[in-house]
Write a protein that binds this ligand. Structure first.
Ligand code: ZN
Ligand code: ZN
Length: 470
């Protein structure tokens, strides 16, 4: 712990003097208008931000993978507290909560017959375990989750179900909701039908021999079975093998374990505002990651982006509203941090909330869900974002991962949407590492968040309330 705190303090001390003189604290009474100041802060971020990179590099290098509830996530929290304090934020603290923790074990798959060969597999979150020696069974393949749902139980009983549902890349990532059903619901459907195990084609869009993990939660009363994801090349290999007129047998070894209740937590830092009655602007990301890569695009970069933008506003003078940064814990495994925040803070006066959790590529669209009376603020933010190549999107739909439950309750929400075209090449795979983060695109993110915050934290008037979602 001492070592990580020392490292954090070192990077923070090194990054502070790099900011230009014009970012030094200014009097809020300066003649510059909110719009002019937002333009200046935006352009400075675009030109020279290093803080988002330093946080992303520091977290992925000094901590690495940080699965929720493990000792690695605890080290990440200590690192976060040290870093955010060293950067000069106020009220830096951790709110802890308990959760059940699942950890990965051995994972191997092989075709036993007719064409013996190994396949690359990883366990999905909360997967059941095989015996140490594995299970061997016939494979029955389905091209969609609906096709699996449609067959009688007798078609899959005692077999290894394989779902090869293929997701295509999209800019807004909207295919994930539909195709992700194979991961989120496939295991429970297969178990209900009496399958011995399930393997799915990874919910990804790359052609590397990397499997993509991700959470799935057993439906009420369903018996956990081994549940894994094959890499996409291995998935297509298995599809070709299944097209031959022979029964296909697979041996599967997955030995994850439930290790009981452990602690996770949300890390807070604030820029106190001039007027406590003006409310809080919450900017969020998640600190935990899956265990296969180092969680660079999911979601160290998000933490770097929101903290770097808040830091720029802080150094430009005391904002009207309080900016609250939350680096959420335990997002990947079921939004535990988001629900803990909702439980404790739903009564706080949130003026607006926003989260960065869709990688590190450039922002292309600005969505919001604010009260119609807040239209002047929406229009001002849109004008500030146009020069960054960001289009104005929905004014009625915006959400986020950890902030989703709070957003659904009717809290005004802003979404700066990143280009997701290559996000699912990396998502939850061993390939989610720092080298995938592009500094120029990361700076564009910080510039957009800085411009948004310069308005949201300083423009007088209300952003809410908005109707709650059902
Ligand atoms: Zn994420
Ligand atoms: Zn994720």
């Amino acid at each position: 712990m001492l070592r990580s705190l020392t490292g954090a303090a070192m990077f923070a001390a090194a990054s502070l003097p790099a900011l230009p003189a014009s970012s030094q604290p200014a009097s809020p009474a300066a003649a510059e208008s909110i719009h002019e100041r937002a333009e200046r802060l935006r352009d400075e971020a675009l030109g020279n931000d290093t803080l988002a990179w330093d946080i992303t590099e520091g977290l992925t290098t000094e901590i690495g993978p940080r699965l929720a509830g493990t000792e690695a996530e605890a080290r990440a929290r200590a690192w976060a507290v040290g870093s955010l304090r060293a950067l000069g934020f106020s009220n830096v603290r951790i709110e802890t909560f308990d959760m059940a923790v699942w950890v990965r074990g051995e994972e191997r798959a092989e075709i036993v017959s007719p064409f013996p060969q190994p396949l690359v597999v990883t366990a999905l979150g909360n997967s059941g375990a095989t015996p140490a020696s594995g299970i061997t069974a016939e494979v029955v393949g389905f091209e969609t989750i609906e096709a699996l749902e449609a067959v009688p139980d007798s078609a899959v009983r005692g077999k290894i179900v394989f779902v090869s549902h293929a997701m295509a890349p999209t800019q807004d990532g909207s295919g994930y909701g539909y195709f992700g059903r194979a991961r989120r619901e496939g295991p429970s459907i297969a178990s209900r039908k009496g399958a011995a195990a399930i393997v799915i084609r990874s919910i990804g869009t790359d052609y590397h021999r990397n499997p993509h993990t991700g959470v799935q939660t057993w439906a009420e009363g369903v018996r956990p079975i081994p549940a894994g994801a094959l890499s996409i090349p291995d998935s297509e290999q298995l599809q070709r093998i299944l097209r031959r007129p022979f029964p296909v047998r697979m041996r599967l070894v997955l030995t994850p374990r439930n290790i009981g209740t452990r602690q996770s937590g949300n890390v807070f830092a604030e820029v106190p505002g001039r007027d406590p009655s003006a409310g809080i602007v919450l900017v969020a990301c998640h600190l935990d990651s899956w265990d296969l890569g180092t969680g660079a695009v999911d979601d160290a970069a998000g933490c770097g982006i929101v903290a770097a933008a808040a830091h720029r506003i802080m150094r430009a003078g005391t904002p009207l509203r309080t900016i609250r940064i939350v680096w959420f814990g335990a997002e990947e495994v079921g939004l535990f941090g988001g629900y803990d925040y909702l439980r404790r803070h739903s009564g706080d006066n949130h003026a607006a909330i926003a989260e960065s959790d869709f990688g590190a590529d450039r922002i292309w669209r600005f969505d919001s869900r604010l009260n119609p009376a807040a239209r002047p603020a929406v229009d001002r933010i849109a004008r500030l974002l146009f020069p960054l190549g960001i289009v104005a999107g929905s004014v009625t739909e915006a959400s986020g991962s950890d902030i989703g439950p709070l957003s659904a309750s009717g809290v005004p929400t802003i979404a700066l949407r990143q280009d997701g075209t290559r996000y699912f090449d990396l998502h939850h795979s061993p390939d989610d590492t720092l080298d995938k983060v592009d500094l120029t695109q990361l700076r564009q993110n910080v510039a957009a968040w800085t411009a948004m915050l310069a308005v949201a934290a300083d423009m007088p008037g209300e952003f809410g309330p908005v109707p709650a979602r059902q």
